[in-house]
Write a protein that binds this ligand. Structure first.
Ligand code: FAD
Ligand code: SF4
Length: 510
């Protein structure tokens, strides 16, 4: 071979121009690596899903006639670093030219760049041909601005890519239907059964264990449900359009004890591994909407498009604009480690029990469970953003640092000091009660904020506002809540803060 092309585990884009022609002088390299399984402890379903998807991808390439060298997790080479693996392959195959696709993880970007500065052979870096935007586009769009408002970026994207637009105006003359998308789920419409792609993953599991990779969370070896290749991903996308899209927007923020996925698409894993592209997903969904306007309203489809064309591209831009220092930020100086319940799901708080339990069971929780239950609790109890990040990066199927970090450290923990969110996403129990049925049947009373039965989120919330009132004094969006805080009588505030500090010190007792 003359050329070696590296394919990372989240670069499974069969439509990449690399693969448009068969070239016998090109060798593709894919590797299951300990450096990737071990940078944080991962959920077992995440590791399994990545390996399955990578193995499928390698087979698909081979079936198309490409040459692939695949390194499995039990091989000795898998324990080496990526530069060592590359050097080994260069030597084995007397490679004269090296190519790789732009990594989305900062860590890998640095590692590969530094490897290439020392190389004696030529090299080339190419785009992944996956995202709508380049790494730099968001930074350029917000040049000179202090606050990077997602809504402004999203409108630019809608116009630029002509999605749900009539010329320069948004379809329906409204950009954002967020306020329509806030219904509680009370069995108004049945949730269709989840689309599953069951497979037996015992072999892969055995190899992961044999290699000694440390993981956590649960897995059903004979019934792995996630889509892991293009056919399954496209089937999942079709299923979403047919069955889930009609109610996606309405129940986007809802949570329910009997429903793990509600109307969410569960496409994040196949998107983040680049098995499908955001444009494919958006185009398919928008086309389905145009053909079915009698049964699907604009607010459902706009809500979905905003997540992918807006949020997903936006957080990626924030990541590349602010790394590496973004990963160090801790604006609110939080220092506590994570409670044990994050690994066991054991707590008397029904909302946390469900959201953590689902995360451990499925390697999945939807965005409101991540943001307004687990993230909210983490921030209100002052957990260190490093610990919070490591947990989120490990637990979810779709967790890759470029998307996890801005969502967790930025949006959810406000550790970036407000680059991403104009105010912290914190709430008392009342928000959780409004959006879920968790509080019915909870050990705690969502209506009270002091006393042994009181909902922990209540005392924690007012304690947070009181602790941070100087920090947020100039934030207009916090003014109303700080005003309400000022009306609490000193004796009650004392009792609230006492209870909050007991929870913060010993969260696992609650
Ligand atoms: P749906 O609700 O069906 O949404 C469709 C798609 O929109 C998703 O597949 C995803 O690609 C995209 N999307 C939605 N919200 C966001 C968002 N805030 N940022 C980026 N893309 C978004 N998403 C990840 O992909 N990886 C992560 O590691 C991750 N960590 C998160 C951490 C926190 C604290 C929060 C609040 C959100 C996080 N998200 C993350 C965003 C979101 O929760 C998931 O993308 C979503 O739950 C995936 O499930 P789904 O495919 O069913 O999503
Ligand atoms: Fe969560 Fe409080 Fe509701 Fe219990 S009462 S489910 S702790 S919000």
């Amino acid at each position: 071979y003359v050329t070696l092309r590296l394919i990372l585990g989240d670069q499974l884009n069969l439509k990449h121009s690399w693969f448009s022609e068969k070239d016998p002088s090109v060798l593709y390299l894919m590797a299951e690596m300990r450096q990737e399984t071990d940078y944080v402890k991962h959920h077992i379903q995440k590791v399994t899903g990545f390996f399955l998807a990578m193995r499928n991808f390698a087979k698909a390439l081979q079936n198309q006639g490409h040459e692939v060298h695949y390194i499995g997790i039990t091989e000795e080479l898998a324990t080496k670093s990526l530069p060592e693996i590359l050097q080994h392959c260069f030597d084995t195959y007397t490679i004269q030219h090296f190519e790789y696709q732009l990594p989305d993880e900062y860590r890998l970007d640095v590692q590969l760049k530094s490897f290439c500065t020392e190389l004696s052979i030529s090299h080339q870096v190419v785009d992944t041909e996956h995202f709508y935007t380049t790494r730099e586009e968001l930074g350029q769009f917000f040049e000179g601005k202090k606050q990077f408002l997602m809504e402004n970026f999203y409108r630019m994207m809608r116009k630029k890519h002509q999605v749900l637009m009539v010329g320069n105006d948004p379809l329906g003359n409204q950009w954002n239907f967020d306020h329509d998308n806030r219904l509680k789920y009370k069995n108004q419409v049945p949730v269709p059964p989840m689309a599953v792609f069951p497979k037996n993953v015992q072999d892969v599991l055995d190899e992961i264990h044999q290699a000694g990779v440390q993981t956590f969370g649960q897995i059903e070896p004979h019934f792995f449900i996630w889509p892991i290749n293009r056919e399954e991903a496209l089937e999942q996308l079709d299923y979403f359009c047919e069955h889930l899209l009609p109610h996606f927007g309405d129940y986007e923020d809802a949570m329910h004890t009997e429903q793990a996925f509600l109307f969410h698409s569960r496409l994040s894993f196949v998107l983040n591994t680049k098995i499908v592209s955001p444009k494919e997903v958006v185009d398919r969904v928008v086309m389905h909407f145009y053909k079915n306007q009698d049964t699907i309203t604009l607010s459902q489809v706009e809500g979905f498009v905003r997540q992918i064309l807006g949020w997903r591209e936006y957080v990626r831009g924030i990541y590349w604009r602010h790394m590496p220092d973004y990963a160090q930020r801790n604006a609110l100086d939080n220092t506590y480690p994570l409670p044990e319940m994050y690994w066991t799901g054991k707590t008397k708080m029904n909302c946390m029990h469900h959201a953590l339990g689902l995360s451990l069971q499925n390697a999945y929780a939807h965005h409101i469970q991540r943001l307004m239950v687990i993230g909210n609790f983490s921030l209100l109890t002052q957990r260190h953003p490093d610990a919070v990040d490591a947990w989120y990066l490990g637990v979810y199927m779709d967790a890759l640092e470029w998307v996890e970090l801005p969502n967790t450290r930025g949006m959810s923990q406000y550790a970036d000091g407000g680059i991403l969110a104009t105010k912290p996403y914190v709430s008392s129990g009342s928000y959780i009660q409004k959006m879920s049925n968790y509080c019915t049947g909870c050990h705690y009373d969502v209506k009270s904020r002091t006393g042994e039965q009181s909902c922990p989120f209540n005392s924690l919330y007012w304690n947070f506002l009181d602790d941070k009132k100087a920090y947020f004094a100039k934030n207009q969006r916090m003014a109303m809540m700080l005003n309400l805080l000022g009306k609490i009588q000193p004796e009650e505030l004392y009792a609230i803060k006492k209870r909050a500090s007991e929870i913060i010190e010993n969260p696992d007792l609650f």
